[in-house]
Design a protein around this ligand. Structure first.
Ligand SMILES: *Cc1c(COP(=O)(O)O)cnc(C)c1O
Length: 410
């Protein structure tokens, strides 16, 4: 007998560690089971010997996937219209794996200037250290990447809308230019998720998301994904994942699988309420600009309308310079909207950000105070009341010196 059967013939010490087999007959669940494993035992010695020759869907070692992680990979691949999807411990690590797997010493990577800031840091420190040259392009210049092309360019990295400053890129135009020269196009699709934009359908080679944001959706899990169509790219990314020991926890996957089920209804709410609040905010007197691609005044509005199915709930507000000193006091008036980074959860957030130090190819005008909002799932009226407290406070502080002046002149 090769395999132990649990029964009263075994010692208690053995009974504690050998699980009884239970029937799955007649059982079903709409939830995906959480399969945890480091070791994957094999039914016989031949199966063990041939474990590496059984293709992508086989199970070898917990780090390389369990049925739980594979379910999430396949579900995301379907949404991305991808051949393969890989899961990484964070959005940032997804970007690192994609770049490190596909770039060689001597290559140049063109990166949008409003890229997620830690990617700039990664590119200028570690990628540069390994002989890859990062060159940043101005996302508001339609010729931005083309001007910088030379024979060493191997990849163009885009993020649209850009982090904080929200520039919309013409992805199909960038793809046409890149394809003609055999350059790879990678896209950070975290803002839109594959529900609102499908980069691979627009011709990108790689679509990366921080699942930590909208797909996880509840501010309690970190994960990233890399989706590709081309099996050769997939093989190189898989190799990099294996060699760097990169994998994710099935428990975390079950949180992301749960979040994914409500992604589209959450995005619909956050997108609709976010756009309405963006318009409401734009009408307040202390506001210089609202950076939201659904606003007709946004520079990339026409491209956004052409390529995206809608907006998510993240946008940025730029105040008039004289209002900026009053932002900390006004933020402290907020009772519902939390102050914090990251986004895409059920709770609305605001983060005051300065971006000039993260821009080398584009200009930041004015006082460089960017209020990035992420609209969650609260009722619009409650959020509006909270925002009213914020703007009332700024407006009151701005008019105070004048009032004092008026009084003293009486
Ligand atoms: C948050 C974010 C990331 C990184 O995701 P983590 O899971 O936090 O590492 C990457 N890109 C964009 C656009 C993001 O907003």
């Amino acid at each position: 007998m090769r395999r132990a059967k649990t029964g009263w013939d075994m010692d208690d010490r053995t009974l504690c560690v050998v699980h009884p087999k239970v029937s799955l007959e007649g059982f079903a669940s709409l939830a995906v089971p959480t399969y945890r494993a480091s070791t994957i035992p094999f039914p016989d010695s031949a199966a063990y010997a041939g474990r590496l020759d059984r293709g992508d869907d086989s199970y070898v070692y917990g780090l390389y996937g369990t049925p739980t992680t594979r379910t999430l990979e396949k579900q995301l691949a379907a949404l991305e219209r991808a051949e393969r999807c890989f899961l990484t411990p964070s959005g940032q690590s997804a970007i690192f794996i994609a770049m490190a797997a596909l770039l060689e010493p001597g290559d140049t990577v063109l990166i949008t200037d409003s890229v997620y800031a830690p990617v700039r840091d990664l590119a200028t420190s570690d990628l540069a250290r390994f002989g890859v040259k990062p060159v940043f392009f101005d996302p508001s210049d339609p010729e931005g990447p083309e001007k910088l092309l030379d024979d060493s360019v191997r990849m163009i990295w885009v993020e649209s809308p850009g982090s904080t400053t929200m520039e919309i890129l013409d992805l199909p135009a960038i793809v046409r230019m890149a394809k003609a020269r055999g350059i790879l196009v990678g896209c950070d699709n975290t803002w839109a998720t594959p529900y609102l934009l499908k980069p691979l359908e627009l011709g990108a080679d790689i679509s990366v998301q921080a699942l930590s944001k909208y797909v996880g959706g509840h501010s309690d899990v970190l994960m990233g994904s890399i989706a590709v169509k081309d099996p050769q790219l997939a093989a190189r990314i898989k190799g990099m994942m294996w060699r760097t020991g990169t994998g994710v926890s099935p428990d975390d996957c079950s949180l992301v699988l749960r979040g994914l089920e409500t992604l589209t209804v959450r995005l619909a709410h956050s997108g609709t309420v976010g756009e309405r609040l963006a318009r409401w905010i734009a009408a307040r007197p202390t506001v210089a600009r609202v950076l939201h691609p659904a606003l007709e005044t946004a520079p990339g509005h026409a491209i956004w309308k052409r390529d995206f199915k809608g907006a998510s709930g993240v946008f940025t507000v730029v105040l008039h310079d004289d209002a900026v000193p009053h932002v900390p006091a006004a933020l402290d008036e907020l009772t519902l909207i939390s102050i914090g980074a990251s986004w895409g959860g059920t709770r609305s957030l605001v983060a005051p950000m300065s971006v000039a130090k993260y821009r080398t190819a584009s200009r930041v005008d004015g006082a460089d105070m960017h209020l990035r909002f992420s609209i969650g799932l609260e009722a619009e009226e409650d959020l509006e009341r909270d925002l009213e407290r914020f703007f009332d406070r700024i407006e009151a502080l701005l008019s105070m010196p004048e009032r004092r002046l008026a009084r003293s002149s009486v």
